[in-house]
Design a protein around this ligand. Structure first.
Ligand code: NOJ
Ligand code: NOJ
Length: 617
């Protein structure tokens, strides 16, 4: 009786108020297509990343400028630190987004590089700048050293960070700012490359911070950084002799991780070796100009594909949420089957990575116009196309297009799994439950959001620039391990010239709309009699007057998803500040906490509507 009254009231937006439920908002979003979900989730993810970067990120205020906080979670687990690896992977994505035309990100990129130059000089338990300190995995968000016990050193931070900064330096060079690339960015990059050249052959902890030894993920990141570091140095007319001397040796070493059927993720430790470590290494080493090369483990190579199947299959039987999924369909993916951290659960970023590697392969097959099936990769191909046979298929063949369609569907399957277990707020934690898919561990993990964005872009064939694989895939006939001693020098950044700001020259392929229909969603648990409104800086949002605020509708509010939403027509190109407010029956108004939310309405060809997801703050 009570329930049907509520239901009836809820049919009338605004009159609807729903008794609070203790459950978290969590729902399958069956009403949306994958494309629609990715669009809205992508917009949300970019904002969620910025919310986790100091000094003004809404969820990490007070963190030092340019510092990427791993997650706002301060307990269970405490991730309120900056990890060099997470920060580098996140900024690599932001730099690529900047290069693609989101010029608002430039200041953040400058702050990131400045912060990294400062962090390089912070003495820490791994050492000082010149005695191994660059291998320190994490710091406090005010840039002081973390001195507790930890799995240190971790050798992947410097190469990943070098790659992120090199990508920006290359943009500077391509846009006529060679001096800034040489005098501001290179000194920071050069320290990281010195570290890579000196320590690639030393043992360290893997990316999961658990195994001491040598790690595939680390080695492949080291190789890439040395190759592109060497190329950049030549363009800038500076020295990176360790890049030239060590890159081929690292490539030589990298070959030893191949078992014949899969990649052995780590030397050291006592695990099977099947580990998403390898898939992550491969996606961050994808070169869109490369062929399906085994030596550099390109996504479309036999090695990468065979390994993809072995690694992802290892999660089929161990997660209950995977148990009913047929063997030719995508599953939830975690770090590695023996994982016990948080009970060993699937991870969002691992599941996204499984999809991303396949989109990369699709890109490479399309570009090269052919596909080879070898003895090594046959199990992968048979998994998606049962009549697959060893051989070469050209783009004009029927098998080629059938396999492409199946791989696309299979890759989308991974995104659909992640989507299915993402709460309706859009929030991406670190992990989700193997039993029922509920989010677990660190909330709003910055890296999870970056992983969503890279997978989404590769699916749309938006790829990063090449790193030079074309001229760096020959393995020397004999491997040698004589690392180069590193030269380190404090890099001080005193400022960035204003002349670096790009002038947008976009030749408009079609006229951009003048107005955009923005759907504001706020996941807010409300009590009987309460209603949610949006109020903001523009007339359409009531010019900050709560009396003139726009009401949100509650007709989609459910126990499993506390959805309030409203569509507002806003001027394209305008920067809008806003907040949600809660009004109770007696007229009392409660505002969300500071800071104001802020969003620049895009003025882009083809963008006439969009969705902004959020949760009550
Ligand atoms: C924290 C690390 O971040 C995580 O990767 C690891 O699994 C646990 N510590 C347990 O060692
Ligand atoms: C634990 C993960 O294992 C590690 O790779 C990551 O750097 C930290 N969490 C922070 O996100």
């Amino acid at each position: 009786m009570m329930y049907s009254v509520l239901k009836a009231l809820c049919a009338i937006p605004l009159l609807c108020s729903v008794a609070g439920s203790a459950k978290t908002s969590f729902a399958l979003q069956q009403e949306e297509t994958l494309d629609q979900w990715l669009e809205a989730e992508g917009t949300f993810a970019l904002q969620a990343i910025l919310d986790n970067i100091g000094p003004n990120g809404a969820k990490v205020r007070g963190a030092h400028a340019g510092i990427v906080v791993a997650s706002p979670s301060k307990s269970n687990p405490d991730y309120f630190y900056t990890w060099t690896r997470d920060a580098a992977l996140v900024f690599k994505q932001l730099v690529d987004t900047f290069i693609a035309g989101n010029y608002d990100l430039q200041d953040k990129i400058h702050e990131f590089i400045t912060a990294q130059a400062e962090l390089q000089t912070v003495s820490n338990p791994s050492g000082t700048l010149s005695t191994g300190g660059l291998g320190e995995p994490k710091f406090h968000v005010n840039q002081t050293a973390f001195t507790g016990d930890w799995g240190r050193p971790q050798h992947d931070g410097p190469p990943l960070r070098a790659t992120a900064m090199i990508t920006y330096a290359k943009w500077l060079v391509d846009n006529g700012h060679v001096d800034a690339a040489r005098s501001i960015v290179w000194p920071v990059v050069q320290n990281d490359l010195a570290y890579v050249g000196q320590y690639w052959n030393s043992t360290g902890f893997d990316l999961w911070e658990e195994v001491k030894g040598s790690s595939f993920f680390t080695a492949i990141a080291q190789h890439r950084a040395l190759v592109e570091g060497g190329n950049l140095a030549r363009q800038l007319g500076v020295d990176c002799s360790q890049c030239e001397s060590q890159a081929p040796q690292v490539l030589c070493f990298l070959q030893s991780f191949w078992s014949g059927t899969n990649i052995i993720a780590n030397f050291g430790g006592d695990r099977s070796g099947l580990d998403t470590n390898s898939i992550l290494g491969i996606i961050h080493n994808f070169d869109p100009e490369a062929d399906c090369d085994d030596n550099t483990f390109q996504p479309c190579s036999s090695r990468a594909l065979a390994n993809h199947k072995r690694v992802t299959d290892s999660f089929r039987s161990i997660y209950p949420i995977n148990s009913r999924i047929p063997s030719d369909q995508a599953v939830a993916v975690g770090r590695y089957a023996e994982d016990v951290y948080y009970g060993g659960q699937p991870w969002y970023l691992a599941t996204f990575a499984a999809a991303e590697m396949l989109y990369n392969a699709i890109y490479q097959w399309n570009r090269t116009g052919e596909m080879s099936i070898t003895d090594v990769s046959l199990p992968f191909f048979k998994g998606v196309y049962s009549s697959a046979q060893v051989g070469k298929y050209s783009a004009s063949s029927r098998a080629f297009s059938d396999i492409m369609a199946n791989v696309t569907k299979y890759a989308d399957g991974y995104l659909n799994i992640a989507r299915r277990y993402t709460p309706c707020s859009g929030a991406l934690a670190e992990q989700f439950s193997k039993a029922d898919g509920r989010p677990l561990s660190a909330s709003d993990l910055t890296w999870s959001y970056a992983a969503l964005l890279t997978a989404k872009e590769r699916r749309n064939a938006i790829v990063p620039g090449p790193w030079g694989q074309k001229s760096a895939h020959d393995v020397p006939t004999t491997c040698s391990a004589s690392p180069a001693p590193g030269r380190y020098q404090t890099a001080t950044i005193t400022g960035w010239p204003s002349t670096l700001t790009p002038v947008p020259t976009s030749p408009t392929p079609c006229p951009a709309p003048n107005r955009v229909k923005v759907t504001f969603q706020s996941i807010t648990e409300t009590k009987w009699g309460e209603n949610i409104f949006i109020v903001g800086s523009v007339a359409e949002l009531g010019s900050w007057n709560p009396e003139a605020a726009t009401p949100l509708r509650a007709d989609k509010y459910e126990d499993s998803c506390h959805m309030w939403y409203a569509q507002v027509d806003l001027p394209a190109g305008a920067r809008v500040e806003y907040k949600y407010i809660r009004k109770s029956g007696d007229g009392k108004v409660v505002w969300e906490s500071d800071p104001n939310r802020s969003y620049k309405i895009p003025k882009k060809c083809g963008v006439s509507s969009l969705t902004l997801k959020s949760s009550w703050r």
